[in-house]
Design a protein around this ligand. Structure first.
Ligand code: 13P
Ligand code: SF4
Length: 306
């Protein structure tokens, strides 16, 4: 760690204590942010932590829907998102109004929303899921017809694992679609011993080439297995920091150097310090929406990991 980061880190850790704060970070965050966090995890793990923490303040190092979910679960806490512009473009590909319209066209369908969605969209959904439990959540439903929003690629992946009729919203992750099938084919030739692990937000043509399709938390657990020595990583690049830190001596090869989520990278040591100093921007959700959204999130948490 250089001197500047060392000083910032010290200030953050001191102020964190004074404020009674906990720092939660997603696996795609910058390495220096992961290193100061109390917990680093996938969307499901972060929601579980946010539901349980007894800290007064949650500093959410991730994107807007994650901070919103933390507030939905813990409304008595202050939830800080150090950069208010850190929004997920996929979550912005659907509005509550658009979803209401589609629901009117499909009266028999259960609505399942990926956690990468706004509180308003969650409030219009029957149940929420993450990439770690999507198939389990869909299989738990009585309905045979499911409207899945907003990620068409995660939805498509689920449709290969269930007999339910899946109707997909046409959203996608702009970062994961940068990973092309040709990159996987080329890297497999270069590293014939390596396992290929991809995130279910990838295109179906990429998923078809993978050995494993896992959430970011699932990938971290998989990488720690003793028989796994070399992995071609088909997801956002931030996770490579954690994989290398937890698995010294193993080889992690990014499927694409282009797979960077710019919104995730808006959270910096400077913005975390500023946010703790000013106690802003605090993410909140109107109570009426929060209560409806909480039903969908709670159902997901009851189901747990897939
Ligand atoms: P997970 O960490 O839940 O796999 O999600 C990936 C993601 O895109 C979060 O924005
Ligand atoms: Fe959204 Fe994709 Fe970034 Fe995740 S990686 S926050 S899905 S844009």
């Amino acid at each position: 760690m250089d001197n500047e980061n060392g000083e910032l880190t010290e200030k953050i850790l001191n102020l964190k204590k004074t404020r009674g704060a906990v720092i939660l970070a997603h696996n795609y965050q910058l390495g220096e942010i992961q290193d100061i966090a109390d917990f680093v995890g996938d969307s499901l793990g972060l929601s579980q932590k946010a539901a349980k923490t007894d800290a007064d303040v949650i500093v959410f190092c991730g994107v807007h829907f994650m901070a919103e979910t933390a507030f939905i679960l813990s409304p008595d806490k202050i939830v800080l998102l150090p950069d208010i512009h850190a929004g997920c473009p996929m979550a912005n590909m659907i509005t509550a109004e658009g979803l209401r319209k589609r629901k009117r066209e499909l009266p028999g369908a259960s609505v399942v929303c990926y956690i990468n969605s706004s509180a308003e969209v969650k409030a219009e959904s029957d149940v929420c899921c993450t990439s770690a439990n999507a198939v389990k959540v869909i299989e738990s439903l009585d309905a045979e017809e499911v409207l899945f929003v907003p990620d068409q690629y995660l939805g498509h992946y689920i449709s290969t694992k269930t007999n339910k009729k899946m109707i997909l919203w046409p959203g996608f992750c702009p970062t994961h679609i940068r990973i092309q099938p040709q990159y996987i084919t080329d890297l497999r030739r270069e590293y014939p011993q390596a396992k290929v692990v991809v995130h279910p937000e990838c295109r179906p043509e990429v998923i078809a080439l993978a050995d494993e399709v896992l959430s970011t938390g699932g990938l971290c657990r998989y990488a720690s297995r003793s028989e796994v020595k070399e992995v071609i990583v088909g997801t956002e690049l931030g996770i490579i920091h954690r994989l290398r830190k937890e698995n010294p001596g193993k080889k992690f090869i990014p499927a694409s150097e282009q797979a960077i989520c710019p919104r995730m990278k808006l959270i910096t040591l400077e913005s975390v310090l500023w946010s703790l100093q000013e106690m802003t921007p605090a993410v909140k959700v109107p109570e009426e929406i929060r209560l409806k959204a909480k039903v969908a999130v709670d159902k997901m948490l009851e189901i747990g990991r897939g």
